[in-house]
Structure formats: C-alpha cells, structure tokens
Write a protein that binds this ligand. Sequence first.
Ligand code: 3SL
Length: 240
Amino acid sequence: MIKKPRVEVCFTPNLFPLYAEDFEVVVVIDVLRATSAICTAFHYGVDKIIPVSSLEEATVYRDKGFHVAAERKGKIVEGFDYGNSPLSYKNDKLKGETLVLTTTNGTKAINIAKDIEHLLIGSLLNLDAISKYLIDLNKSVLLLGSGWENKFCLEDSICAGAISENLLKTNNFESYNDSTIAAKYLYLSAKTNYFGYLKASSHRKRLKKLNLNQDIKYCLTANQTEVIPYREDYYLKKLF
Ligand code: 3SL
C-alpha cells in the first residue's frame, strides 16, 4: 500500500527537534504578527526578507545600510526604523527592496527550521493559498507554531489546525499526533469568529495594551493574499 504524506502540528519551537527528522516541509506560523507581517510585506512588493534571531545581527545589518525591522515584546526597538506591524507594510515604500527582520519569536522559529528542505511561511492571511500549495506538493509537512517564548499560543495553533484540516479533508494526507487533533478542534471552535475566540488569549491582550487592535483584526482576517514566502538560502522570497 502506498503511504500517504503526513501533516502534523508542532506547537512550539522547543518541541521542533522531536518532530524535525520526519519532515521535508515545514511551515512556520506566527499569526500575531511576524508571519502576517512577512506575507503582507511580500504582497506589497518587498523583494527579500532576511530573518535574523538577535538584535546584534540586526544591528550589524543596520550599520551596513540595510532596511531593518526590529520588534521585542510587541514594540519597535529603539534605533530601528521599522517594527512588526503588518499594517506598516501595506504600502510601496519597500517595493523591490530587501528587509532584515528580527522579532521576539517568529524569526527565531524560522531560523530553528532553517535546515529543512522546504521552509514556507504561513498565516491566516495566506491560508487557502498555502493549503493549496501544500496539497499540490504532496509531501509530509510539519506546521510549526512560533508560540510565545517557547510557550503554547492559541492563534498559531488555530492557524495550524486550519491548514491541517484543509490537507486532511482531501484524504491525501494522514496524521498520527494528538497535537494535530487538538489543533483541529481549536480551529473548529474558533473558525466562525477568530477575533472573539481569542479575546482572552495572552497575545491578543498584550497587543491590545499597546493599542494594536487594528493589527489583530487584520491578522485574524483570513485569505487576504496568495503570496507564499519560502526560504531560499539565508533569506525569504515569495513563490507567487
Ligand atoms: O513574537 C513575534 O515574533 C512577534 O510576532 C510578536 S509581536 O506580535 O510583534 O508582539
């Protein structure tokens, strides 16, 4: 019997080593807000994004004259021109340019998975587009939530549940892990009203305190772009 490719969910980056060796494809998800910002920046014409994990690396790029975005704890880091608000990339200021990005969790998760053959960027914004791409690719895929400082977070798990459901309902994929079942049920409970469902979630509250409600609403509105960012060498490009 031909084995079907698997789709599984890994809730946090520190669990990634437990899953990594079974997968040729990893989708990194940070709905609030890094992967939503990345999808938006590509949608509006950014050419390349270099994800870096530390502020030290970001500073080196800044001093060389790159455009650098740096976020920690939801805020733009002093001395940098850009942060992690997807809304700030909804314009053509960086069209054709390279952006260096460092965020609290999202860019770290991307770099943790850097040795995987196909590394893609997912969010609710490109939900259907990335699901379709993964269905066509027909390889085993791990959906990696960025979490918050290696702790579980709801919005990434819901998005992972949505993508895994899209794949599993084709009957061309299978899954064995309870994390994937849990993500599916979170998604099914949340799918008619992501914003309301996440009202008590830690990151929604954290961003609300920073007056970032518009960012939250935007990031939780599915299917606003068809772009699929992927890792090529040390930077991200968009496939479509
Ligand atoms: O953790 C991250 O990478 C960020 O997306 C966090 S924030 O939404 O910018 O606060």
